[in-house]
Every structure is written in structure tokens, then in C-alpha cells.
Design a protein. Structure first.
Length: 164
């Protein structure tokens, strides 16, 4: 079975040098816009003057991408049905490829191996990532409870003071 290519491949975008002010202004404008239908349809205007309505469902996407770029971060856009190589999957999770392969071989993430190479669905990676975050959060909460029980940790009331 050949790798099923998604309709749109994953693509990573990074902010262009020298465009920081323009990106920040765009992000600020999007943040201040009301995308509700009651306000009328927002539109993009092309260089040729053509107007295109921006669907309401696109606003959260545009805002998140613009905010990340304004903060100097890169953004990867990938369809949920995307099949990723082990290197792409490892990069997504922020782990090494050999570590990912061990996770795959333990059966923690489903994968396909149509030939010599393994492929992982993005939705499966996202599910694994959520489960790992929940496991880490629960372990941290247990550590705090244990430390409190042993008198090694005191929970403070309210928000702690800023140190800077």
C-alpha cells in the first residue's frame, strides 16, 4: 500500500525577517475584529481589488496563526487525515525518531508499514499527545499531594507574587 497523500500536505510557515511590524499589525487587527454574522461579512481584498468573504469559521485559525507569527514562532498547517513519516511524527511530538519508533513498536501509537517505512496518522499522534499530557498532569498532581502529605510543600493562597 502506497502512502496516502493528503489533499494538502503539511506546510510550516515562519515569519519573514523585516515583516515583524506588518505581521504584528495584522495580528492586532484580527484580534480586534468581530467575526459574527451580525456585523456583516469580513472580506479580504486582493491586489487586483477583488473581494473575498472570509468564512466565520476561518477567524480562529487566522487569529491563532497571526498571533504565533507575531510572536516570532513558526506554524505548521496539516490536514487531520495526513499520514506522516516517522521523522515528521517525531518532530510533531518533540522527540527523537528512534524514541518514536520504540513507542510505535510498543503499540502505543498505531502505524502503517506498507513497505520498509512506517507512517503515522496525525490524528493518532494528537490522541497520543493528549493522553501523555493527561498522564504527566496526573503524575505531577500526585507528586504535589505526596509532598504536601510529607510536609515538604505548602500550597499558597491566591496568585504568587511576581519575581521579576
Amino acid at each position: 500500500m502506497a502512502r496516502q497523500a493528503a489533499a494538502v500536505d503539511a506546510q510550516t510557515y515562519v515569519p519573514d525577517r523585516g515583516q515583524e511590524e506588518l505581521i504584528q499589525r495584522f495580528s492586532d487587527v484580527l484580534e480586534g475584529m468581530d467575526a459574527s454574522p451580525a456585523r456583516g461579512a469580513a472580506r479580504l481584498v486582493g491586489a487586483d481589488g477583488e473581494h473575498v468573504v472570509i468564512p466565520e469559521s476561518m477567524f480562529p485559525v487566522l487569529r491563532q496563526v497571526a498571533e504565533a507569527l507575531a510572536q516570532g514562532m513558526g506554524v505548521t498547517v496539516a490536514p487531520l487525515n495526513a499520514m506522516l513519516t516517522t521523522q515528521e511524527a517525531a518532530d510533531f511530538l518533540g522527540i527523537s525518531r528512534p524514541t518514536l519508533v520504540r513507542v510505535l513498536e510498543r503499540g502505543e501509537i498505531p502505524f502503517q508499514k506498507p513497505g520498509r517505512h512506517r507512517y503515522v496518522r496525525l490524528v493518532d499522534l494528537m490522541s497520543f499527545q493528549r493522553e501523555e499530557q493527561a498522564t504527566r498532569r496526573a503524575a505531577l498532581e500526585q507528586m504535589v499531594r505526596d509532598a504536601e502529605d510529607m510536609g515538604l510543600y505548602e500550597a499558597t493562597e491566591g496568585i504568587p507574587p511576581k519575581m521579576r
